[in-house]
Design a binder for this molecule. Sequence first.
Ligand code: ADP
Ligand code: MG
Length: 222
Amino acid sequence: MLKFENVNYSYNNNPLLSNISFTVKQGEFVFMIGKSGSGKSTILKLVNLIERPTSGEIEFDIYKYKEVRTREIPKIRRKIGMIFQDFKFLSDRNIFDNLSYILEITGTKSGKVKKKVMEILTEVGIAHRQKAMINELSGGELQRAAIARAMLNQPKLLICDEPTGNLDNETSEEIMQLIYKINQKGTTILFTTHNLLLITNNSRVLELKNGTILEKLDTYFD
Ligand code: ADP
Ligand code: MG
């Protein structure tokens, strides 16, 4: 469902990624690890069409990115949910309104918005906080809300850019469990982190190192 083939990416003529090739299958949970500055976020930006490669091909779902036109990008992005370390919510609105406006701008009929938002808030365990303002929520509640927002349009792929980076261990574990649950319901996950403790033994792991990518086939990390 996602394929990078010999992808190169430079900015200001500085090569950051070279010959990146990997495939993610429908339904997989893939960790991407690498030091700070190794290019993890850039790979996710390439997936999300925020950045375009210098050369090489990326395919997602039915799309070959070389052939994608600018007007098609919003449609593709609706199939890709994204969560980050920081949450990017509108601070003058409550959680319900932060989610409902996403559905409104992406064309959901107004009669359906409330039901959909409450369903997804229930799924992530914060339906009781729907009226809370952003500054009243804990870090864990905010990340749950961010996951709910990312899942609103039922994306095929959820890309997670170090989403537990600012959370304590116990809250990180709760968020990981929630993302595992989303994966078990069928959403493909690409998850970047530099915290190797998050990785359970049976997960697939790709490592970014010196601008290129390696498949880790065992659970020994150096
Ligand atoms: P990671 O997420 O692994 O920490 P990033 O993908 O954020 O790594 O970035 C790798 C490096 O490349 C960083 O030093 C970043 O500043 C730089 N970089 C990547 N793309 C750009 C860009 N478009 N403009 C400026 N700097 C960039
Ligand atoms: Mg990053």
